[in-house]
Design a protein around this ligand. Structure first.
Ligand SMILES: Cc1ncc(COP(=O)(O)O)c(C=O)c1O
Length: 440
């Protein structure tokens, strides 16, 4: 198993993160438990910021809070001087409760409700990333009613889709997000927003995919965005102040994953923007990015307690843990792969190939298919690495399983940042129908 950040094996042969023995963390806070290496999160934030500083561009690094949104995380991001991308009233509320400066919040989403729009305007957020014509017109009307000028970016789909080592350049984009560049909708939206008295069009945004290991997809997308900006200048006199190229920077989940460094992605992006803008005699915009997974992914480890097992001779050995698709939906949702180790047997040889099953009543509730581990006993602590992104944020109460706690660890200290849910929490929104009460 790859040891990220401050993770190491201590003298007891146990896994340690942030100077904390994880078997102690499991004993103190219970399992499943999400453990975040705070120093590693901060170093990821700083890598993007430093790379931009080197480039000479004006910039914003907006953490995509969907990857892991809690008040503690919003606070950390604020301390690191970053901006924040939210996609719902709930994420916005979390950020505001954490005291995140509203002017550094960008509001995404393909179906923002009227209530969410008012909530964001009341909070005076930095900008809306407008996704479609319905939202564009609605926001324009609401801004008019409120007699406010609203800053917007337009999310466009440049016809590039990138994942891991591949990018596909598609002529026609079939996506629920954004204004299509190819069919002219993006230019039409720019015209509308630029001419609106209520909207201040800052520029355009695109997000081309996730877990991207090559810069090529970003380069092709940026070229298309800048061609669009040239047309927008020539046809409508619009000059973009901001170019936002989204997130999607890859991380290492398993040995075979080979992400690029933040510096490499940012250099490719800034070099391309500089060159393409110069060629078209367009002024350099402020550059924004929205990393989510690459800020928190590697920094999160989930601890589970091993319970039952089922051995089917010549077929497979299932080892079950006390969590599963309720705390990590990614394997069930899109066959995501992870590495694991037995945290209290880090020096023991990995002699057995097993599959890690969750405890939910669902055959698809498997966390890892085929992983080599030392012989597992009930009571051992299983550590699954790189679970920091889209784990806690996609957690759920299937089978009425209570959500785990979250701790941040740093320099030998652990701090509880999300309390473990109780069964009382799980039923706290349930109401018994009145007629049931009458019949009792
Ligand atoms: C618009 C937008 N920005 C940023 C992100 C963050 O992506 P990642 O976590 O892969 O960096 C996403 C993820 O879906 C997104 O949709």
């Amino acid at each position: 198993m790859y040891l990220h950040g401050t993770s190491r094996v201590n003298e007891k042969g146990n896994l340690e993160i942030g100077g904390c023995d994880v078997t102690q963390l499991a004993a103190t806070y219970g399992t499943p438990l999400y453990v975040y290496d705070e120093a590693l999160i901060r170093s990821k934030c700083r890598a993007y910021i430093d790379a931009f500083r080197q480039s000479g561009f004006a910039f914003q690094v907006a953490y995509a809070s969907k990857a892991f949104c809690t008040m503690a995380m919003c606070k950390l991001v604020e301390e690191e001087g970053m901006s924040l991308d939210v996609v719902s009233g709930g994420e916005l509320y979390t950020a505001l409760q954490a005291g995140f400066p509203a002017e550094r919040i960008h509001f995404h989403g393909n179906n923002k409700s009227i209530e969410e729009i008012h909530m964001a305007l009341d909070a005076k957020i930095g900008c809306f990333v407008v996704d479609n014509f319905y939202e564009l017109v609605t926001l324009d009307e609401i801004a008019q009613e409120r007699e406010e000028k609203v800053a917007v970016l337009l999310r466009v789909t440049p016809g590039v889709e990138a994942h891991t080592h591949e990018y596909i350049s598609t002529g026609q984009v079939d996506s629920k997000f954004g204004f299509d560049v190819q069919n002219g909708q993006a230019l039409e939206a720019i015209k509308y927003a630029h001419e609106s008295k209520q909207l201040h069009l800052l520029g355009v945004h695109s997000h081309i995919g996730s877990q991207i290991f090559e810069a090529e997809g970003f380069i092709v997308a940026i070229k298309r965005l800048i061609e669009l900006l040239e047309e927008a200048r020539d046809q409508h006199g619009f000059i973009s102040e901001v170019l936002n190229v989204g997130g999607g920077f890859g991380i290492r989940y398993v040995e075979s994953d080979t992400p690029l460094s933040a510096e490499t992605y940012i250099k490719a992006i800034t070099d391309t923007v500089r060159e393409e803008m110069a060629q078209r005699q367009l002024p350099l915009p402020e550059l924004w990015i929205e990393p989510g997974r690459s800020i928190v992914g590697d920094a999160g480890t989930t601890l589970y307690r091993i319970g039952s097992h089922k051995h089917i001779p010549n077929v497979r050995k299932y080892v079950a843990v006390d969590g599963g698709m309720t705390d990590n939906l990614r394997p069930a949702l899109y066959q995501a792969v992870y590495e694991a180790a037995i945290a209290n047997k880090m020096n023991a040889p990995a002699t057995e190939q097993v599959s890690i099953a969750g405890k939910c009543c669902e055959s698809g509730d498997m966390l890892i298919w085929d992983v080599m581990l030392p012989e597992a006993d009930a009571g051992d602590i299983l550590a699954v690495t790189s679970t920091g992104a889209y784990g806690y944020s996609m957690s759920n109460n299937y089978n009425r399983i209570a959500r785990p706690a979250v701790v941040f660890v740093k320099e030998g200290e652990a701090e509880l940042v999300v309390k473990r849910e109780t069964y009382q929490d799980v039923v706290s929104h349930d109401l018994l129908p009145k007629r049931a009460q009458l019949q009792r």
